[in-house]
Ligand binder design. Structure first.
Ligand code: G5P
Ligand code: MG
Length: 219
């Protein structure tokens, strides 16, 4: 399907942004940019931003806005497609306002999952760093335990998935990202999806996005 759509996906840590984004990009022809995945890749490659990011990420804190806005602006400038899905950015009102000045967004997807469900999920998470594919001991279980289904490469645990850091990330989310949700509500592009599983939420998201794409193709 030919897609023309610029969207952001919001939601608390562990709400399933990465899992659902992977399903969205399989359904539609969109480029996927995850701020967290790209930062972790930079940490692995020991780049300047990677070295700076480590101390914030491992402590469950957000990187400073100026650094993050510059990083994502550069990542977006590399995108060749008219359609993309941005996961993990914006996280603060200032980031949202800067992105709004630069890009015409069509849709802000907000995933609303109870915090009790999230804490359980994050404990069992294993990731394939280069792609951002996430697995779990009870959901999306890797075919070969400890290895990525697609590449066969080893999976790792995220440094910031320790229970005490996850609690901090959830608190930071409540304080810093709530205003972002209100910002998109005021702009009239917010769509909220409630649920306890990604299997229940992702078909609803894909259904809504199909509507946007059909509308864009008519105009
Ligand atoms: P990230 O990487 O953006 P978070 O904290 O926003 O990190 P996270 O943890 O990546 O979000 P997610 O993508 O929402 O969570 O969730 P996921 O990985 O898909 O699913 C979580 C787990 O649950 C997985 O194991 C998955 O398999 C499982 N799962 C999914 N669905 C289900 C289900 O239905 N049932 C069950 N049982 N399991 C399921 O950001 C990390 C850090 O980078 C910095 C910050 O330091 C941040 O803390 N950063 C920024 N700093 C400043 N500004 C920004 N814009 C920044 N962006 C990143
Ligand atoms: Mg993620």
């Amino acid at each position: 399907m030919n897609t023309v759509l610029k969207a952001v996906i919001l939601g608390a840590p562990g709400s399933g942004k990465g899992t659902i984004s992977n399903r969205i990009i399989k359904a539609f022809n969109m480029e996927y940019i995850s701020s967290g995945d790209r930062l972790r890749q930079n940490i692995k490659e020991k780049t300047a931003i990677g070295l700076e990011a480590t101390k914030y990420i491992n402590d469950g804190k957000l990187l400073p806005d100026d650094l993050m806005i510059k990083f994502i602006t550069e990542e977006l400038s590399k995108v060749r497609s008219n359609s993309w899905l941005l996961d993990g950015f914006p996280r603060t009102l200032q980031q949202a306002q800067q992105l709004w000045k630069r890009e015409t967004l069509d849709l802000a997807i907000n995933l609303v999952v109870p915090f009790s469900v999230i804490l359980e999920r994050v404990e069992g998470r294993m990731v394939h760093l280069p792609s951002g594919r996430a697995y779990n001991s009870t959901f999306n279980i890797p075919k070969n335990p400890g290895f990525d289904d697609v590449t066969g490469e080893p999976l790792t645990k995220r440094e910031d998935d320790k229970p005490e850091v996850v609690k901090k990330r959830l608190a930071v989310y409540e304080e810093m990202t709530r205003p972002v949700i209100e910002f998109y509500r005021e702009q009239g592009i917010l769509k909220e999806f409630h649920g306890e599983t990604s299997d229940a939420i992702s078909p609803q998201v894909i259904n809504v996005m199909s509507g946007y794409i059909k509308q864009a193709q008519k105009t």
